[in-house]
Design a protein around this ligand. Structure first.
Ligand code: ATP
Length: 245
């Protein structure tokens, strides 16, 4: 097994050409260790989502390399990259992206169904139980609260037992109490199951649940905090946001 769950080396991502070119990520070298929970923070437009997309194989860097679980993504064709994402990576987004006509258990089983397998009912039930929704298996998304819907999305992301879970503002649409429930669940999964988790967030309270916070400014890494409290993270962000552009 590779030392790191995700390795990024000199990753640069440019969009557009000529005078319209934007360097969204600029020579980023970063590792995410197995069984760690990392938050990615930075001012708006600093490249957080681009970093997440390059690290997870949703997007390809313009230059540099990314490896997940020791597999270099750079040389993979689209089919292999899709398979790697399907088998090794889980995603949760701000929008829960559940299918409204399917029940919670059908939504959770969907990734296995899409991969051509019949979802084992015991595995689906276990995934729902893990996120505290064992009794809501037959409910449709409209019958669930926002926090419950995000927990269904989390169970769906975890049903394939991914090596790495990526979240882009996973609590962005939730109130503070519900956010805390989802973040506690994420943190427990990291610590109890060694599920490597990388989460982009604007919220210092959310980032306070992570073991480590890495900061981006203008597409470049700009320091990190390990084991920091939410007020310490908020103070660091305030300094970064005060920097002249
Ligand atoms: N598809 C694209 N085409 C052109 N420019 C893009 C594209 N995607 C992102 N960018 C630019 O790249 C830079 C980084 O964007 P990114 O979405 O990664 O930032 P972010 O830190 O996630 O921002 P926010 O916090 O506002 O969501 C921004 O200047 C953005 O405008």
């Amino acid at each position: 097994m590779a030392d790191e769950a995700v390795r990024m080396r000199h990753v640069t991502r440019r969009y557009g050409t000529g005078t319209a070119a934007v360097t969204a990520l600029d020579d980023v070298t970063l590792d995410f260790g197995h069984g760690t929970f990392t938050a990615v923070m930075g001012p708006s437009g600093s490249g957080k989502s681009t970093l997440l997309q390059c690290a997870s194989g949703l997007d390809r860097p313009t230059s540099g390399s990314v490896a997940v679980g020791g597999t270099e993504l750079t040389g993979l064709d689209e089919t292999r990259l899709t398979l790697l994402r399907r088998d090794r990576i889980g995603f949760v987004f701000q929008a829960f992206n559940l299918l409204p006509s399917l029940t919670a258990e059908q939504n959770v089983g969907l990734p296995l169904r899409l991969a051509g397998h019949r979802p084992p009912p015991a595995r689906v039930a276990e995934a729902l139980r893990q996120v505290g929704l064992g009794s809501r298996a037959r409910h449709r998304p409209a019958e669930l609260s926002g926090g419950q819907q995000q927990r269904v999305a989390l169970a769906r992301a975890l049903i394939t037992r991914p090596q790495v879970l990526f979240g882009d503002e996973p609590t962005g649409a939730l109130d503070s109490v519900t956010s805390r429930e989802v973040l506690t669940l994420l943190r427990d999964m990291v610590h109890q199951e060694g599920r490597t988790t990388v989460m982009v967030t604007h919220d210092p309270v959310a980032a306070g649940y992570a073991d480590r916070v890495v900061f981006l400014v203008d597409g470049r890494l700009d320091g990190e905090l390990v084991g920091a409290s939410s007020p310490q993270i908020a103070a660091h962000m305030a300094k970064l946001e005060a920097l002249p552009c």
